[in-house]
Design a protein around this ligand. Structure first.
Ligand code: ZN
Length: 286
């Protein structure tokens, strides 16, 4: 079930901190603070009364101001305890796939579902501070599912300008790095109309994530297009999307270096910044 995100205390605290830092939530496309077209005269109530001969100036809306972004934190904290639910086959774009999976974890036991939910929340706060409406595909980290087809439906129903599914990998201990997954044509062909835009989003996300985190683009995954970028048609979240959609695997949780990163809140904030930056680049350019 989709859940419209509500303001949480830390998100509000972030917004207040941003305001105190002089970077309020209202920005124009160039990144400079938006300005009020007409300043109220000192001592006035601020409610200017335009004359009939003077057109009322209106602020130019930015492309991002009304955008909806769906963030999909992979997996869920209750999945491991509900195998009969998450193993149920669901449509995945021309074939069936399990409803959901448990995800991976670091060798020390920090689970992927906790990582993805934390990064999604941090990313949402950064985007909301820029006036973007964010919808998360799950409201907390203690539930079961939702199934992968429902996660895609959340993005479609929201009319998302972009959907980003957040994950971390569980690959061999000797390899590391992040990669973005862009959709290939689904077996049922249903995502054909969003392949080009999704590909652009993938490039924006890869560049921004690398810049914000310093994490190396991975070269170990299969279906590699180039360093830090793969293209797949076996993921329901990409096959069923009718809006631009990408996945990001933020690092390899089974690699000691990456595990130390994903376990650190400060790095997760960098990861969120990278994801938010990539999303903003895509929204402003496309
Ligand atoms: Zn995952």
């Amino acid at each position: 079930m989709s859940t419209v995100r509500r303001a949480r205390p830390f998100a509000l605290a972030f917004a207040v901190a941003a305001l105190l830092a002089g970077c309020g939530p209202a920005f124009n496309q160039s990144g400079a603070p938006s300005r009020t077209p007409t300043a109220a005269a000192p001592g006035s109530t601020g409610a200017a009364t335009p004359s009939a001969s003077t057109p009322t100036p209106t602020a130019t809306p930015t492309p991002t101001a009304s955008a909806v972004v769906v963030l999909d934190p992979g997996h869920n904290g209750g999945n491991a305890g509900a195998p009969s639910v998450i193993n149920r086959p669901v449509p995945a774009g021309g074939f069936l796939k399990p409803c959901n999976t448990t995800g991976t974890e670091t060798n020390a036991g920090y689970p992927e579902h906790a990582f993805t939910f934390d990064v999604a929340q941090r990313t949402a706060a950064l985007l909301e501070a820029r006036g973007i409406k964010v919808v998360l595909t799950r409201p907390n980290d203690v539930g079961v599912g939702p199934c992968v087809d429902r996660r895609a439906a959340t993005a479609n129903t929201a009319g998302a300008a972009l959907a980003v599914s957040i994950h971390a990998d569980g690959a061999a201990a000797g390899v590391r790095g992040f990669h973005v997954i862009e959709p290939a044509r689904a077996p049922d062909g249903g995502n054909q109309g969003v392949l080009a835009a999704s590909g652009k989003a993938a490039l924006d996300l890869r560049a921004a994530f690398a810049a914000a985190t310093g994490e190396p683009p991975a070269t170990y995954p299969g279906a590699l297009v180039s360093a830090g970028l793969t293209r797949r048609n076996d993921l329901a979240g990409l096959n069923l999307a009718r809006v631009p959609a990408v996945f990001i695997e933020c690092g390899n949780m089974r690699n000691a270096t990456d595990a130390a990163e994903v376990t650190a809140p400060a790095w997760r904030q960098q990861a969120a910044q990278g994801i938010a930056d990539g999303i903003l680049t895509f929204l402003n350019a496309h």
